[in-house]
Design a protein around this ligand. Structure first.
Ligand code: RIB
Length: 314
């Protein structure tokens, strides 16, 4: 009998991204003409759910949208990827979350998020138990209330479901959350916020940041370094995974793509280093396409990507 693919539950945000392309972002007090505007399904939670689903996992999404067209479009987009959305509730009073994503020539972005219904996610214990009891991994970020993140982590840990946390946007964790986190994936900005270490250009510093986060109770840490790649740290030490140079169109959802690939890799019992390598391949593809969810590759596309990075033990 073929074993079922791993099940991942994703608790997080769903946003409609208003993607505006500009040659360069306006300075203070300045008006510039943009090149285009598109409405693209996004939100860190939904993007990570899509990434997990495109790697072949069975995925359930838990979150909240408003009673509006954006909410319907976002849920429909998740369903197209085979993601179950019965855990996505509709808030009667708040609009669906919106993110204004300004993408400059060269691919760098600036994002402003209006949480809307994401800020009203409210789950009862029995709903969490039902979703998490047969799941291998719970994936979360910080675009939904911290109290819900903590509650879900407690239930997951009690049920033996591993917790993957992307503390983004960066916020301090409640002390009791740290030891409930099995895998933490942070970018260089979040690593600096949580550890005080500037890892931006130095994989050795990223390894130290990983060790500091492990000292707080996390089992495995990955610090992503943008164009430089990523550093993975666990009790076996640290490995540096360089990223291949590519033409960047838009970096939106690169981190979400990476997280989904690493999560499903681990759920399929790949090593952390192998999972991170695959994650880098996938995010390298993601940044070559505009928008969040449309840019997330499938496993087949990731495996075809010939830019195969290797890793270096630190
Ligand atoms: O991580 C990228 C996402 O951050 C965007 O899709 C936007 O919605 C914000 O949540």
């Amino acid at each position: 009998m073929t074993p079922l693919p791993p099940k991942v539950v994703c608790l997080g945000s769903l946003n409609m991204d208003l993607v505006i392309q500009v040659q360069r972002a306006p300075a203070e007090g300045e008006t510039v003409e943009g090149d285009s505007i598109r409405y693209v399904p996004g939100g860190k939670g939904a993007n990570q759910a899509v990434s997990c689903a495109r790697q072949g996992a069975r995925v359930s999404m838990m979150g909240r949208v408003g009673p509006d067209h954006h909410g319907e479009i976002l849920c429909e987009a998740l369903k197209q990827d085979g993601i179950l959305v019965k855990g996505v509730s509709v808030d009667p009073d708040e609009p669906t979350g919106v993110a204004m994503v300004m993408v400059e020539e060269g691919g760098l972005n600036r994002i402003v998020v209006i949480a809307g219904a994401n800020g009203k996610v409210s789950l009862d214990e029995s709903q969490l138990v039902q979703e998490l009891s047969d799941a291998q991994f719970l994936v979360m970020q910080f675009e939904v209330p911290m109290a819900q993140v903590l509650q879900a982590a407690k239930v997951a840990s009690r049920l033996g479901c591993k917790v993957v946390l992307n503390p983004s946007p960066a916020k301090q964790l409640p002390e009791e959350l740290w030891p409930l986190v099995d895998v933490m994936i942070v970018n260089e900005t979040e690593a600096r916020f949580l550890t005080g270490l500037s890892a931006d250009t130095d994989p050795q510093v990223a390894a130290q940041a990983g060790q500091r986060l492990m000292a707080k109770g996390v089992t495995q840490v990955v610090v992503t370094l943008g164009a430089l790649g990523a550093v993975a740290t666990d009790d076996g030490g640290s490995t540096y995974h360089p990223a291949p140079p590519v033409q960047v169109v838009d970096t939106t959802a690169a981190g979400d793509t990476f997280l989904g690939v690493v999560t499903v890799g681990l759920a399929c019992r790949q090593s952390l280093a192998t999972s991170v390598n695959l994650g880098i391949r996938a995010s390298t593809l993601c940044i070559q396409t505009l928008g969040a969810q449309p840019s997330i590759p499938t496993l087949a596309q990731t495996l075809q990507n010939s830019s195969v990075p290797s890793w270096i033990s630190l």
